[in-house]
Design a protein around this ligand. Structure first.
Ligand SMILES: *Cc1c(COP(=O)(O)O)cnc(C)c1O
Length: 360
């Protein structure tokens, strides 16, 4: 039986997509083979790849002067890939740190650039807010400004898109891409690992303005060179074909749901329902400043952490899976990615009330 899966990633997928995958797996498109048993250079797979890109472009309304790349190495690989593709070793680069992932991006960048500047750091508040932009120390000569619009562990989501003047904005959208409409034109680079809000693990999407191609350092590995990958339709080598295929099925599912405007409404409603339940109780709490609470990853704490283990085991028995918070913050975390239904949030809220009634 399926459970409500609140995993932060790899994460829940739409049941419709899983069923389609299961049904067609042994004999895909009457080929007598599965999609993962054919060449990535075959006409059938090239069609899968192109359709996935086209569906993603229409979902996000990606302008024609942006390239969409399907890379490997995850967001973690891109923390190196970004400076390698966009800078010379002496270049100035600016980073805004609002949590675990943006801090890791800085550490990796320091191996590639001698002038990495943290323009703002929210560590003082325990990563529970986004510093106002007028407090950032941005440098007009920076090669780019990097930030993480949704910190998956801390549950901190930017309520605004930073204004960096002419400096390209580079954003790690791993956990919030496709969660609501987005104005792609505001960004130089948008990137996201697939295993949070898209599909299986194995791919990392990069949406890059074409003016930023062709700047890679000469030692950049071919599979991470955006120009090389753009020139080969992301097939300079063998891509993870199954992950690409399933991601494409999810893009079609999102279109059937009404696209990102509909997803945004659903996600906002799910988040509001859960935060309202947390705030209405003295038994649960969320520490994030209210205007930057994530719609997607909701960390919360029991007043008495001695009850954490019981909460988790009873939740699991009630069909509510993977609610344990990240080790870095503890407590609980409910990830409410696109396929997680409103019914899952209602079931969680009902369970929380009942648990509080018994233990509060
Ligand atoms: C999960 C996550 C990452 C790491 O992704 P990998 O695919 O494991 O490299 C980076 N950034 C954010 C915001 C994430 O949520």
């Amino acid at each position: 039986m399926r459970v409500h899966n609140f995993s932060a990633g790899p994460a829940t997928l739409p049941l419709e997509v899983l069923e389609q995958l299961r049904d067609e797996l042994p004999d895909w498109h009457n080929l007598g083979m599965s999609v993962m048993e054919i060449s990535h250079r075959s006409r059938d797979f090239i069609e899968v790849a192109a359709e996935a890109e086209a569906d993603l472009r229409s979902l996000l309304d990606v302008p024609s002067d942006y390239r969409v790349l399907f890379l490997q190495g995850g967001a973690t690989g891109l923390w190196a890939g970004i400076p390698m593709n966009l800078t010379a070793p002496q270049a100035a680069v600016d980073y805004v740190v609002t949590g675990h992932w943006s801090a890791k991006a800085v550490r990796e960048a320091r191996s590639f650039c001698s002038d990495v500047h943290v323009a703002a750091d929210a560590r003082d508040g325990g990563y529970t807010h986004v510093p106002a932009q007028d407090q950032w120390q941005l440098r007009p000569d920076a090669a780019y400004v990097h930030y993480c619009p949704n910190e998956t562990i801390g549950g901190v989501e930017f309520p605004f898109i930073p204004d960096t003047g002419g400096v390209p904005l580079v954003a790690d959208f791993s956990s919030s891409i496709l969660s609501r409409p987005l104005d792609v034109r505001r960004f130089g680079v948008i990137y996201a690992s697939t295993q949070k809000n898209i599909g299986p693990a194995g791919l990392c999407l990069v949406i890059v303005h074409e003016s930023l191609l062709g700047r890679a350092r000469s030692a950049t590995p071919a599979i991470w060179n955006w120009q090389t990958m753009a020139g080969s339709d992301s097939m300079a080598n063998t891509p993870p074909t199954l992950a690409w295929y399933v991601s494409g099925l999810v893009f079609k599912w999102l279109h059937r749901q009404g696209g990102l405007a509909a997803m945004g409404q659903r996600n906002e409603h799910k988040a509001r329902t859960l935060y309202a339940a947390i705030d209405a109780s003295g038994f649960y709490s969320n520490r994030v400043q209210s205007d930057c609470r994530s719609w997607i990853n909701v960390p919360f704490f029991l007043t008495d952490p001695a009850l954490d283990a019981q909460f988790l085991s009873q939740a699991r028995a009630a069909g509510l899976a993977n609610l344990k918070g990240h080790a870095a913050v503890g407590g609980m975390r409910a990830s409410l990615y696109n396929p997680l239904e409103q019914a899952g949030v209602h079931a969680l809220v009902d369970f929380m009330r009942e648990f509080e009634r018994r233990h509060g």
